[in-house]
Design a binder for this molecule. Structure first.
Ligand code: GCB
Length: 613
């Protein structure tokens, strides 16, 4: 983390070098929110992008003569003769935060552009104050405009972005417009093909953030790697008066008050010892109140301190070996329908995980909302976060790499102070090739540069040897570059019947901890049969029994995140009467009923607990 200094410039301004044009993220945004822009937004569905391109397909954005036909100008007819062919104020509304698919029946399968508009008034708290708009996430590409002026655009459906609007905002009748486009594209991240629903829209909170002229834009405070008493990290100020400023860091419960002074770039290193730190753990997820202040600004957070490392084949939390009793989760509230985003959604999912006996969740296959991360911090549930590099990305395309790496940097920037987060996962089930190796290695280097306190992994694949179908190995060269070797396997579902598990031998010749990041079988909740009847709860249960026995024989096994906690929507799953648009590998059905296999996994975790605690 201490090589960060030279990288801060890149973090703050690097986004301008590529095609992206958002500004560096404000840390702990919700604590600075002065006004929420959640609620009803007017929307216009625009499949032909009439509001964006002229009839020669030139974006109005790039046309020096802005035209009233561009929807972001929100133009009204000046008189009865004027022809304006859209009207936000007469258009219907969508709720934010929420995907559009689960709100309007006619948008259920929609993939394309939707324009959103929200009006607001704003009263400045005093001279010199600055104002930002912070958007938790919008899938996939957003073009953002305030009062008819473009602020920039953002790509990536699962990470936040913010823009300063100090010079554009008025006291009355501001209009913020987002064009959100969820079209899947071959060169994007994720790419065309995924096994989940491509929910579109502004899916997370939108907030107005007010700050002093020079403010604490970012900070990183964690225990240094392997240290039980040395805090490390940095503070970054933003504003004209950021050089040579004293920043006080206080932790009242530890009677800590430390002052550090910023350099010419507004950056100050944190590196000091504190005695008596109570460490965050799964049994006692203790969070400290932390205050950061300058003469101009003050911000507070709740941060836990713990170490996470590997040693040989062990994963050590605060120096103690641990088994990651996990489950994979998609960001979906199946019961209500649509993307999960609120604290209540997170509570439902994490309470189920707790009931299953989990101390760990794999938040697949993209960064989830901040509410679930914060709640995991409070509940003592460890978290695997994942970049949406899924299946077959365009490995050779530099723009694709830039998009993958900016999403990774954004999630690290947002969640680097959360003790619960222990693993950054680079990718899921990506096919081995030289280009892909170079892509993933550069991503892993990026993650390590920005945060050297956490572990790196990726969900890899396993293979049979040429000689023997029953002998399974990990030959992926990326295994050399991760801290934890994780892989997905479906022996007994896509690969034979569950009895096959007893014939498999694992030959994993790697001295690192192993996590089985996926195993699973579909069962329609409430469908019963014998253990050979596909889609029945009994098949799924038998699959779990055989699989858990099989993976227990892997000596390096230190965790598993079976696929998946709850049934989730996927357009790839079309079998009538069984799937009906749902991936049925949930241990819990889409109506919230626990399937038999839920209890099989719960029992397995109870036995593990006896061994590890
Ligand atoms: C996988 C993928 C996951 C799918 C799952 C399945 O290997 O990683 O995204 O949903 O299999 O159900 O086939």
């Amino acid at each position: 983390m201490f090589k960060l200094r030279s990288l801060l410039f890149f973090l703050a301004f690097g986004s301008f070098l590529g095609a992206r044009s958002q500004q560096s993220l404000i840390q702990n945004a919700s604590s600075r929110c002065i006004q929420t822009l959640n609620g009803k937004w007017n929307y216009i569905v625009d499949p032909y992008e009439m509001g964006y391109y002229d009839y020669r397909s030139v974006p109005y954005d790039e046309n020096p003569k802005q035209t009233d036909r561009a929807y972001y100008t929100n133009t009204k007819p000046k008189d009865k003769s004027e022809r304006i062919e859209y009207d936000f104020d007469k258009s219907p509304t969508l709720l934010v935060p929420r995907d559009w698919n689960s709100q309007k029946e006619n948008l259920f399968y929609y993939e394309g552009s939707v324009w959103y508009k929200k009006s607001f008034d704003y009263r400045k708290a005093g001279d010199g104050k600055r104002l930002f708009v912070y958007i938790g996430a919008a899938n996939y590409r957003s073009d953002i405009y305030l009062n008819g002026k473009k602020l920039g655009f953002h790509k990536g459906g699962f990470t936040p972005f913010n823009f300063e609007i100090t010079d554009l905002v008025k006291e009355k009748d501001n209009f913020l417009i987002l064009k959100v486009d969820n079209k899947r594209k071959a060169d994007e991240v994720p790419t065309l093909n995924t096994d989940w629903w491509n929910y579109g829209g502004i899916t997370r909170d939108v907030q107005l953030i007010e700050t002093p002229a020079t403010f604490i834009r970012d900070y990183f405070i964690q225990l240094k790697k392997s240290s039980s008493d040395n805090l490390g990290g940095y503070v970054q100020l933003d504003g004209n008066n950021k050089a040579g400023i004293s920043v006080e860091i206080s932790i009242p419960a530890l009677k800590v008050k430390q002052n550090i002074v910023t350099d010419a770039n507004g950056y100050a290193l944190i590196d000091f010892k504190v005695s008596g730190i109570k460490r965050w753990s799964t049994n006692d997820p203790f969070l400290y109140d932390i205050n950061l202040s300058t003469t101009e600004d003050k911000t507070t957070d709740r941060i836990g301190f713990r170490t996470i490392e590997t040693s040989g084949t062990d994963i050590l939390l605060n120096g103690k070996p641990l088994f990651l009793k996990g489950v994979s989760i998609h960001e979906e509230n199946a019961i209500r329908g649509g993307r999960a985003s609120s604290r209540e959604d997170a509570l439902m999912l994490l309470n189920w995980a707790k009931e299953l006996g989990c101390n760990f969740v794999r938040l697949a296959h993209y960064p989830h909302n901040e509410n679930i991360i914060r709640l995991a911090d409070e509940m003592g549930i460890l978290v695997w976060e994942e970049n949406p590099v899924y299946w077959t990305i365009q490995w050779k395309n530099p723009e694709t790499f830039a998009t993958a790496s900016s999403q990774l940097k954004e999630v690290i920037s947002r969640d680097k102070n959360r003790a619960a987060v222990i693993i950054w996962s680079m990718a899921n089930e990506t096919p081995v090739s030289d280009e892909r190796m170079s892509f993933l290695r550069r991503l892993a280097d990026t993650a390590r540069h920005f945060d050297n306190t956490r572990l790196i992994s990726a969900a890899l694949e396993q293979h049979a040897t040429k000689e023997n179908e029953m002998v399974r190995v990990i030959t992926d060269p990326f295994a050399e570059f991760v801290d934890i070797v994780s892989f997905n396997q479906y022996i007994g579902w896509y690969d034979g019947l569950p009895d096959k598990c007893s014939k498999i031998t694992w030959k994993i010749d790697i001295n690192k901890p192993v996590i089985i990041s996926e195993l699973g079988a579909d069962a329609l909740g409430g469908m019963h049969g014998d253990s050979l009847t596909r889609w029945s709860e009994e098949y799924q249960q038998y699959f779990y029994e055989q699989n858990l026995k099989m993976i227990s024989k892997i000596p390096q096994l230190r965790g598993t995140t079976p696929w998946i906690l709850v049934d989730f929507r996927s357009p790839r799953r079309v079998l009538p009467g069984i799937q009906d648009g749902w991936n049925r590998k949930g241990l819990i059905s889409e109506t919230g009923n626990k399937k038999l296999a839920f209890y099989t996994l719960k029992k397995f975790y109870e036995q593990i607990s006896l061994k590890y605690e």
